[in-house]
Design a protein around this ligand. Structure first.
Ligand SMILES: Cc1cc2nc3c(=O)[nH]c(=O)nc-3n(C[C@H](O)[C@H](O)[C@H](O)COP(=O)(O)O)c2cc1C
Length: 228
């Protein structure tokens, strides 16, 4: 059994494991200006499956079809994850002290992007397919979309406190569960992963010293169930 203090230590270790990631500027194009931003269609904010039905279907998938996800479903998933749902800029997931320190990077076949929740847009980061770096497990390499949750501890009140690492990890958990529930509702496959190559992925994404990868989560159609 893991004690409370051990749990805090583990979380703290997991978010400090990237000390050698070089500092970089805010999420932006780092390697190519040829990769355009993606203006997402407005998310569908009504309807879907009744909540209790979605909870009944929520599950981790480890088999994804390679077929691309339509822009509408990607838009819905990102808004469900951590979109803006109120005029004051607050979000679909709670955030410790409303730090909103978590950024969602989106790994697609054509490149890596950072989700701008206010503009509901994907800003280009890198014009390479680095989805494989978002998973140490081969089953996830097929998935058309991998979300990478990145906590910027500089946006928190006390970046070095052990409690901050724990709160940032919790914030990722809420976001991840929103994705799970949207996917259950939409008949999509998804699975969160703590097993990510944080050093390699952090370097390719150009993360700053204060940015920590908390988890990754793939989304796609269930294998062999994708529509033609
Ligand atoms: C914080 C966290 C990290 C996880 N990391 C991985 C992972 O690296 N690889 C994986 O296959 N599943 C991972 N999972 C999924 C769990 O294995 C899964 O939730 C668990 O087996 C229960 O299955 P269910 O989600 O279908 O209920 C993770 C889940 C959580 C909450």
């Amino acid at each position: 059994m893991i004690s409370g203090s051990s749990l805090i230590l583990i979380l703290n270790m997991s978010v400090t494991a990237q000390a050698n990631v070089p500092p970089a500027s805010a999420p932006a194009v780092t390697e190519t200006a040829a990769l355009p931003a993606i203006e997402l269609p407005a998310a569908e904010k009504t309807g879907g499956m009744p909540l209790m039905d979605a909870l009944s279907k929520r599950a981790t998938s480890r088999a994804f079809d390679a077929k691309d996800l339509p822009a509408q479903q990607l838009s819905n998933a990102l808004w469900a994850a951590f979109g803006v749902n109120r005029p004051d800029g607050k979000r679909t997931a709670p955030s410790a002290r409303n730090w909103q320190e978590t950024d969602i990077y989106v790994l697609l076949k054509q490149g890596a992007y950072a989700y701008d929740a206010t503009a509901h847009r994907l800003n280009p980061v890198l014009g390479d397919d680095i989805r494989a770096l978002g998973a140490t497990q081969a089953f996830a390499h097929e998935a058309p979309v991998t979300l990478v949750f990145v906590a910027d501890l500089a946006k928190t009140g006390d970046p070095i406190a052990a409690a901050t690492a724990m709160l940032a990890a919790m914030d990722t958990g809420f976001i991840s569960q929103n994705v799970y529930l949207y996917c259950a509702s939409a008949g999509l496959a998804t699975g969160v992963r703590g097993m990510v190559d944080r050093d390699a992925l952090g370097k390719r994404l150009g993360l700053r010293e204060t940015q920590r990868i908390t988890a990754a989560q793939s989304i796609g159609y269930p294998k062999a169930a994708a529509p033609e």
